[in-house]
Design a protein around this ligand. Structure first.
Ligand code: BES
Ligand code: ZN
Length: 843
């Protein structure tokens, strides 16, 4: 990788005066930015992208400058180094890319409206004003905003407005902060506000397309989350306000701008009267994630993007720590186990995956390192291991030291390890670097060798992988004291197995609680012992055991055919965690059958067996005062019954549809998707699909909208499928931010896969122009690889993507996904007969 010069090496900004004048009518803006700071070199480099630079002055004198579009900068020639004030004037266009300053589009009562907002992470502040757009270049900002203002409009920024003069809104000086965290927004808004115990003003803002009550849930969570963090971090929230703003157009999920957090509407607005418990948990974790960043990321920021994990891994762990403290009855760590944990284990098993800490230089590559399964999920698991080793007291003590030492500044990974080490007396870095710097994770084989209980570690791969002798420092979390806390060696012996078994009086287990990032392969004796006593195992550990089996089967260490007969034993669990893990294996069997084949029929019959008792127990409609587990289990088992084509289930869903036809949004949110999808699949017509599309366009309920984006593409009708794909590029119907769900929907539809895949290949350059440069872009490739498992599709995938392998930001994704499909193709080829025979025997 070529070394790219950081602009910060040439200029250290101290203070910015940013004046921006925006015209929505002409979709243009103009601005003047004054940057005071220290010129380290006589040639200084300031970032800009798509700005038309009109003049540059240094200390009031015009100076020569050159716009360098390739490096997204301006090169300015100064007479001297040292204290300098640069004044840059420019104009630019507002674009619809959801980066920089951009409009969000929405309708209220049929009237088209827009709201202007910003998205500056990772490198888009430079599209709004000239700046040294690197996380290390912290400075204070005075923002002044003017726009074609209408009466009654609301204007928001990181800091409160201090005056309004001649239509210009002036905001209070910020604290010292990074450019990627600057934000502002304006338009016609509604809001609700409250105050934390310590006096921080908390607010939730949204367009007027929503009902006022949709703001309540997050207002409460946000307030309590700030109070929780102030206590947990032992460090006050340093700004006067914390605004949460929902933007109709939003590329990521949410963004932690300091004092003005922005969200997708689906992640902030909750109908208190009809929202499923898992959506509530999800929204709560998004809010607590972004608010965790107000300290981790905003107050202390990574020095460079290679330490992105300091932001994201940490926020990803803290979102669960916080929600668990605020709503202990939700058992939110179970959600971590059913979402983040399998994602991390799956992706991190593919050779070529990035490590959590990852070198990055080129701005075009920065977005591609936000691999959610690694930097978020694996990174969070890594920190969960740290938390378990240190305990909360030491963790909090260490964090307090870390914030004290680096507040309003920057840090590297080693700074965090040092602070935690100082608090705990442990060499945290030594243990954690094996997880941070190395890609992949180990499988620990536990076996009885010559009567001795023996453990050995080896890197775990699904598919081809180069064994290069990597080793990890593994927190074993065993239920036998004979096992050490940390396994650092390749192989260890714990002693005489029979004796240990007797002393302990229970089956030997590792990774109890499933909080360490490794899997276990037990030998036959040990495995049988565990599964014979499965009722004594806690539910998260049961999920861990099932996850082990699935991964080992994917890696060909065991056969899916041997796993199939084990599933029934878990089918009546009242734990949604266990149910989720069981169905994640069952759903993996779908790739072994062809559409409309006898094998598919047998698999459907098997799904019927797995689900029928639970369907009878839970029924279709939520019961008053039922447990959260029951609420969460119901959609899994009903989904299985519908896949099984259970006639009664299809009929029941149809009846629910009929009864709620005039107001589908009011169907119970937990089952709404299943009901509507069943109707589209089994009772569908052009009229139905058109009506649902109309609802999709008109509804302001983000969770109903999400349901429709999954239900509509499930139509079996070829003509309707084509009509749906024809809408992909019509942003008036499908916003680019939601397109991936629609693409995936048709791709996973047996009758639609060809059409969706043809669309992707034919319109790739449109897609690149529309969502390229976005962190989500590469995931269009990921979802494609998840859908493919035949030799024909593998060949087509390679033919299309191999020539694109050097596209900045796509190299790793393309390489890994080719391997992902290849692995599945040979798995299906080699094992389909045995697996289908096993399914038939169970069905
Ligand atoms: N900082 C990110 C958002 C982001 C990521 C912006 C990459 C630009 C590039 C934010 O804190 C985040 O992690 N958002 C998540 C949602 C979160 C709750 C997991 C996202 O957008 O997916
Ligand atoms: Zn984040």
């Amino acid at each position: 990788m070529t070394e790219i010069k950081h602009f910060y090496e040439t200029f250290h900004p101290e203070h910015y005066d940013v004046y921006i004048d925006i015209n929505r009518g002409t979709k243009t803006f103009s601005g003047t930015t004054k940057i005071n700071g220290d010129a380290v070199e006589k040639t200084v480099l300031i970032n800009q992208k798509y700005l038309n630079i009109k003049s540059v002055e240094a200390d009031g004198e015009t100076v020569p400058f050159k716009v360098d579009d390739e490096n997204e900068g301006i090169q300015i020639e100064l007479e001297k180094t040292g204290d300098t004030t640069l004044t840059i004037t420019y104009d630019a266009k507002l674009t619809d890319t959801m980066m920089g300053i951009y409009p969000s589009y929405y309708e209220v009562n049929g009237e088209k409206k827009q709201l202007i907002g910003t998205q500056f992470e990772t490198t888009f502040a430079r599209q709004a004003f000239p700046c040294v757009d690197e996380p290390e270049a912290k400075a204070k900002f005075d923002l002044a905003l003017k726009f074609d203002e209408q009466p009654g409009e609301t204007v928001l920024a990181n800091m409160p407005e201090i005056r309004n003069e001649d239509g210009v809104h002036y905001f209070d000086t910020t604290v010292r902060m990074s450019t990627y965290l600057i934000a502002f927004a304006f338009g016609d808004m509604q809001y609700k506000k409250t105050k934390t115990k310590s006096g921080v003003e908390v607010g939730v803002f949204a367009t007027k397309a929503h009902k006022a009550k949709e703001l309540d849930f997050t207002l409460d969570i946000a307030k309590r989350a700030i109070e929780f963090y102030e206590d947990f971090y032992q460090t006050p929230y340093p700004l006067p306000h914390s605004w949460q703003l929902a933007l109709p157009d939003f590329s990521a999920g949410a963004m932690e701008n300091w004092g003005l957090v922005t969200y997708r509407e689906a992640y902030l607005l909750v109908d208190p009267d009809n929202t499923s418990i898992d959506t509530k948990m999800l929204v709560a974790t998004v809010v607590t994630h972004e608010l965790a960043h107000q300290w981790f990321g905003d107050l202390v920021t990574m020095k460079w993007w290679d330490d992105l994990w300091l932001n994201e891994s940490f926020a990803n762990m803290m979102e669960y720590v916080a929600v668990d403290a605020l709503e202990p009855n939700w058992h939110v760590w179970e959600m971590f186990q059913t979402s983040d944990v399998p994602a991390a284990l799956q992706r991190d098993a593919t050779d070529g995956v990035q490590s959590v800490h990852v070198e990055v230089q080129d701005p075009a590559e920065i977005d591609s390192i936000f691999d959610s399964a690694i930097v978020y999920a694996k990174g969070a698991r890594m920190l969960v291991m740290v938390r378990a080793l240190l305990g909360d007291d030491n963790l909090r003590k260490g964090l307090k030291l870390y914030f004290e030492a680096h507040k309003y500044g920057n840090a590297k990974g080693s700074d965090l390890w040092d602070a935690l080490g100082e608090a705990s007396g442990m060499d945290v870095g030594k243990i954690m670097n094996s997880w941070l710097e190395q890609p992949g994770y180990p499988v620990v084989s536990a076996s009885v060798v010559d009567g001795k209980l023996t453990l050995s570690q080896q890197q775990f791969f699904v598919g081809q992988g180069k064994e290069i002798g990597r080793q990890w420092q593994i927190p074993l979390n065993s239920n036998y004291d004979a096992a050490p806390t940390i396994m650092a060696d390749k192989t260890i012996e714990l002693g005489d197995y029979e004796k240990l078994r007797q002393e302990n009086g229970k089956p030997f287990r590792l990774n109890v609680g499933n909080n360490s990032h490794f899997i276990v392969k037990y030998d036959e004796t040990l495995q049988k012992d565990i599964f014979d006593n499965i009722d004594t195992v806690d539910t998260i550990s049961q999920l861990g055991l099932l996850q082990n089996l699935r991964l080992l089967a994917d890696a060909r260490e065991i056969s899916y055919a041997d796993v199939v007969p084990m599933l029934k034993g878990f089918s009546e669990s009242t734990s949604s965690t266990v149910t989720s893990a069981m169905y994640s294996i069952a759903n993996n069997l779908k790739k072994f059958v062809k559409p409309n084949s006898d094998e598919e029929k047998a698999l459907q019959a098997f799904f019927n067996k797995l689900s029928e008792k639970q369907v009878a127990r839970l029924g279709w409609e939520p019961k008053a005062n039922e447990s959260i587990d029951d609420q969460l289990t119901r959609p899994y088992v009903l989904n299985a019954a519908l896949y099984a084509k259970n006639a009664d289930a299809i009929e029941q869903a149809h009846k629910l549809f009929e009864a709620n036809k005039s107001d589908l949004a009011s169907l119970p949110a937990d089952i709404r998707l299943l009901v509507v999808r069943n109707e589209v699949k089994n009772y569908g017509s052009e009229e139905l699909v058109n009506n649902l599309f109309k609802d999709y366009k008109e509804t302001s309920d983000p969770s109903y909208k999400a349901d429709l984006s999954v239900a509509i593409p499930s139509t079996p009708d070829a003509k309707l499928i084509q009509e749906i794909v024809d809408k992909y590029e019509d942003a008036d119907v499908i916003k680019p931010q939601d397109l991936r769900a629609w693409y995936r929907g048709i791709l996973n539809n047996d009758n639609g896969q060809q059409v969706a895949w043809d669309w992707l290949r034919n319109d790739w350059s449109w897609l690149e122009d529309t969502v390229g440069g976005d962190m989500e872009f590469a995931t269009f490739i990921t979802v494609t690889s998840y859908a493919f498992h035949t030799p024909e599709r593998l060949a087509e995938f390679k033919a299309f993507f191999e020539p694109k392998i050097n596209t900045p930001g796509l190299t790793r994704e393309i390489t890994m996904d080719m391997s992902v499909i290849e692995t599945k193709v040979s798995l299906v080829e080699d094992e389909k007969d045995a697996v289908n025979a096993a399914v038939k025997a169970e069905a």
